[in-house]
Design a protein around this ligand. Structure first.
Ligand code: NAP
Ligand code: FER
Length: 336
């Protein structure tokens, strides 16, 4: 082990708008000694996710906001380096909510085993972890697509969106992805099998949707909100369903917009809108994890990871995630 100390990224100040480097600070501390019932773990991969921006603001949420000086929230994949618990042995791989840090001593019951038979360990916080679960349940339990439905997904090449579109295809949908570059759109069509892609930065999303699906959009898996969603709302089909998964276009806004827009369009179409949280389906996560792993093994599901090397790079990579610089599930790799 190269470092004699533990390093943790903390929130030094609350961002006003887009986060900047000065909002984050590395704090060093001794590598902790595990007590009875604890494990000492060393981070291999840190997951960077959009929800972390929400934790940096003070305001109502399902989770307590971060306090100044607190370690940035997040889930990691880690190796057990010392065990004072019968639950884990040295060398086991676990996922743990220890935030952006290199080492931690935590109660063994607070971490979850990672089964490397299901896939590479990094996928435990990606397609086989929280983002994969979000896609699976948001699509199958909230939108409930039927074969032949037109399904639109925004942030289509991302950790959640890419899985939504592919499971939509497995369920017989006509899948249209909306993403921020031609390269991302081409990937969702050529590699993932989506039917069509719309680059919201260069194309008229509403006109493209009308052209691609003249009968309207039956299911909209919304990851972004804002102008992309306005365009989808103009094209909803009768009895359409909208799942509000994320609103990333608003996360850096100092004053969030008040109220949804273009609601009149939903009267004619009798649309249902439902927000959801991945944790609503926690009891069913293991079933979904097994199904997704099987789909990966039989070639039905593909995934892309955007791996940034080095603990120091975390804030820069996170800032990039909020403006579309990632291409696939964003991870920071610390060690093998
Ligand atoms: P991701 O899609 O891998 O990365 C975020 C992507 O959002 C960026 O790459 C960018 O892609 C897009 N984006 C950024 N700013 C945008 C803007 N102004 N307008 C349109 N698109 C923009 O992230 P993820 O982890 O899969 O998360 C996707 C969404 O799901 C997020 O909104 C997240 O908060 C939400 N989520 C919700 C839950 C839940 O329980 N409800 C759980 C997990 C994730 P482009 O280059 O295509 O713009
Ligand atoms: C996310 C976006 C929002 C997410 C959770 C939320 C787990 C919850 C927000 C809230 O409670 O205000 O990506 O992922």
């Amino acid at each position: 082990m190269s470092e004699a100390v533990n390093r943790a990224w903390t929130m030094a100040s609350r961002p006003d708008g887009e986060p900047i480097a000065e909002n984050f600070e590395i704090v060093e501390s001794p590598i902790p000694t595990p007590k009875h019932g604890e494990v000492l773990i060393r981070t291999q991969y840190m997951s960077l996710d959009p929800y972390m921006r929400g934790r940096m603001r003070s305001g109502p949420s399902y989770a307590t906001p971060l306090q100044l000086g607190e370690v940035m929230t997040g889930e990691v994949v880690a190796r057990v380096e010392q065990s004072e618990s019968h639950l884990y042995k040295v060398g086991d791989t676990v996922r743990a909510n220890i935030g952006w840090q290199e080492w931690a001593a935590v109660g063994a019951h607070t971490v979850r085993p990672v089964n490397s038979d299901l896939g590479p360990i990094s996928t435990a916080v990606g397609i086989l972890g929280m983002p994969g679960m979000t896609a699976y349940f948001g699509l199958l339990e909230v939108l409930k697509p039927r074969a032949g439905d037109t399904l639109v997904v925004s942030a289509a090449s991302g950790a959640v969106g890419a899985v939504v579109g592919q499971i939509g295809k497995l369920n017989g949908c006509f899948v249209i992805g909306v993403a921020g570059s031609d390269e991302k759109c081409a990937y969702t069509i050529d590699e993932l099998g989506f039917n069509a892609g719309i680059n919201y930065k260069t194309q008229d999303v509403s006109a493209e949707l009308a052209r691609l699906s003249p009968t309207g959009v039956d299911c909209y898996f919304d990851n972004v909100g804002g102008p992309v969603s306005d365009a989808v709302f103009e094209n909803l089909a009768l009895k359409s369903r909208v799942a509000i998964c994320g609103q990333i276009s608003q996360y850096n806004a100092s004053t969030p917009p008040q109220g949804p827009r273009n609601m009149a369009a939903l009267i004619r179409t009798r649309t249902t809108i439902e927000g959801f949280l991945v944790y609503d389906f926690e009891l069913q996560h293991e079933i979904a994890r097994t199904r997704i792993a099987n789909w990966i093994k039989d070639g039905s599901l593909k995934y892309k990871e955007d791996v940034v090397e080095g603990f120091e790079k975390a804030p820069e990579a996170f800032i990039g995630l909020l403006n579309g610089q990632n291409f696939g599930k964003l991870l920071v790799k610390l060690s093998d």
